[in-house]
Structure formats: C-alpha cells, structure tokens
Design a protein around this ligand. Structure first.
Ligand code: NAP
Length: 294
C-alpha cells in the first residue's frame, strides 16, 4: 500500500495564514508591528534565495522585514557588530544569521552574540536549554515544523517509538527533544550508530536529517510508520539540470503509512515556523500573550 503524502505546502499555508491573522491582531489591539531580520554574509546563491524567500514570506504575513547583507570578506568583528545592531533595534523582534558563514567567521561566536530573546532560529544555548527543560523558549524552525507534520499525520504521538537520524544543533538534537516532550520514546542516531537499518525498523516515527540523498532505504521502514524526510539534497541529473531529493529513498512511500515528499514537505514548514517564532518573540518581549493557534 502506498503511504499518504504529508502535504507540507498545505500545512505551511495554514500556519502562515494563522501567523498573518496573529500579526494583524497584534497591530490592531496593541499597535505592535512584528519585525523579522535576516543577516546574510557573502554571495552564496542558495543562501541569497533563502534570504529573499524569507523576506517575501515575512512581508506577505504583514511583518516588517529587515535584510542586512555583508560582503564575503567581512571579518568576525564586522558580523558581531551587525548582530549587536540587530540586538539593539527595537523594530526587530527576531532575527537570524543565514548559515553557513564564510570560514573566517566562527559560527559559535555568532550564535553566542545573538540576544536569546531575538533568536528565532533557536540556536543559542539559552533556547536549547529551555527546550531541554520543557519551558517556553524559541524552538528551531525545521524541527518544530517537522513535529507539526508528524502530529498531523500520526495524531497523538504519546508512547510511540521515534528514531531521529542526525544530531545537528539545528535539526536532529532539537527534534529528538521535541519528540521526547511529546512523550515519544526516542533514539537519536548518527554516523557511529550500529545496525541503523534494524534500529529504523523499530520506529513508528522516523525522522531523517542526514544530508545524503536516498540514504534511508525502503526496507529500513516499519510498515505503516510516519516518515519525516528533512533532507534537502540537490543532485546533478547530468543534462545541465538538477533536482532536489530527500534523505529517504522514494520507494519507502510503498511501506510507510505517511511520508513527507521532497520538495513540498518539511521545507515549506521551516519558513512558516520562522514567521511564527518572530510573532512569539515579539509577544515575549512586550509581555503580550501569544495569540492562540500559532
Ligand atoms: P549536518 O549538520 O551535516 O548533520 C548531519 C547528521 O547526519 C550528523 O549528525 C551526522 O552524524 C549524520 N550522519 C552523517 N552520515 C551518517 C550516516 N552514514 N549514518 C548515520 N548518520 C549520519 O546536517 P543538518 O544541518 O542537520 O541537515 C541535515 C539535512 O537536512 C540536510 O540535507 C539539510 O540540507 C537538511 N535541512 C533541511 C531543512 C529544511 O528546511 N527542510 C533545514 C535544515 C536542514 P555525525 O554527527 O556522527 O557526524
């Protein structure tokens, strides 16, 4: 039987609609315009597209979008100075630095400079700690979007076995924590995990965040499982064209109960969750209750 495809585009459109309503309500009731900033360092074409799309999505949701660009030659001090300006800007309630940054800049130094109250990527140690503590902070967008899709597909996740492959601070670790907070029994797998295929076959919820095209094979998937494919890999088709594929072999859709497509699964949710985080950050900073539904 073929898996139900989890429509990330449709779920993201619904969340963006709710964020737009929330932003409009905050403006009407409190005169608050939610501001979202993005800082790009360098001219990487993929990053330029991501940054542009984030700006468009923010404006569509009625947010004030701020884009800052530094040249690829910028020093770490230049980037930290720009981060300090965004930290101090009262019109910007949340911002992110588009990673990766050029090699002369330490990613950890940049993360550590971001005011945790404005950290809409949820990468600072403060927000990571709040997530582990099960308290209200800012949660990384991709895992939060992945969790919403898993809930949409599988309903109540309580008691389910979850396997997350990948342990990055951006995706894998927060994903494992979110599933734990939803009362799953979670195993966090990585490149040193032994007998990964057998482990994956125990998963009611299988999340792949590896960055290797088609790495998870169809016969690793438990029949009926919910599969969340976070991977975004651009493969060369050899005719001058490229295509985006996930970390999970497409044939897994014949075994799974529900599965996210790539593209059109987790990707659209990431931007929607970024907008949501900007609204949450603005509410936390101003002492206004976060509007229901986001
Ligand atoms: P990352 O930082 O490179 O982490 C990859 C993880 O995969 C690491 O923990 C690594 O394990 C693990 N891994 C590598 N080879 C493995 C193997 N053979 N067996 C088991 N685990 C293995 O990547 P990331 O930033 O988390 O991103 C992962 C994927 O998600 C990428 O394709 C990325 O493009 C995509 N992504 C998508 C979105 C979205 O919006 N949809 C957002 C962010 C990322 P070790 O720790 O042991 O090295």
């Amino acid at each position: 039987m073929s898996a139900r495809l989890i429509d990330g585009k449709a779920e993201a459109a619904k969340l963006r609609g709710r964020v737009k309503d929330a932003a409009a309500a905050l403006k009407a009731a409190h005169g608050l315009t939610v501001g979202l900033g993005v800082l790009l360092v360098g001219e990487d074409p993929a990053s330029q597209v991501y940054v542009r799309n984030k700006g468009i999505a923010a404006r569509e949701a009625g947010l004030h979008a701020v884009e800052r660009v530094l040249p690829a030659t910028a020093s770490e001090a230049d980037v930290l100075a720009e981060v300090a300006k965004l930290n101090a800007d009262p019109a910007v309630h949340g911002f992110l630095v588009q990673f990766p940054v050029p090699g002369q800049i330490r990613q950890t130094a940049v993360i550590d400079a971001i005011d945790p109250a404005k950290d809409v990527d949820g990468l600072t140690p403060v927000n990571a700690g709040l997530l582990v503590s099960g308290r209200q902070g800012l949660v990384p967008c991709t895992p939060w979007g992945s969790l919403l899709l898993a809930r949409e597909a599988a309903g109540d996740l309580s008691g389910l076995n979850a396997v997350v492959i990948g342990r990055s601070i951006l995706v894998g670790k927060p994903m494992a924590q979110l599933l734990t907070n939803d009362s799953c029994t979670v195993t966090l797998a990585h490149s040193r995990t032994r007998d990964l295929p057998a482990l994956c076959r125990t998963a009611d919820i299988l999340v792949a965040a590896i960055g290797k095209p088609g790495f998870v094979k169809a016969d690793w998937v438990k029949p009926g499982a919910t599969v969340i494919d976070v991977g975004i890999n651009r493969i060369d088709l050899g005719n001058g064209k490229t295509r985006l594929v996930g970390d999970v072999e497409p044939a897994a859709a014949e075994i799974a109960g529900a599965m996210t497509p790539v593209p059109g699964g987790v990707g659209p949710m990431t931007i929607a969750c970024l907008l949501r985080n900007a609204v949450v950050a603005a509410c936390h900073q101003t002492g206004i209750a976060v509007p229901a539904g986001i």
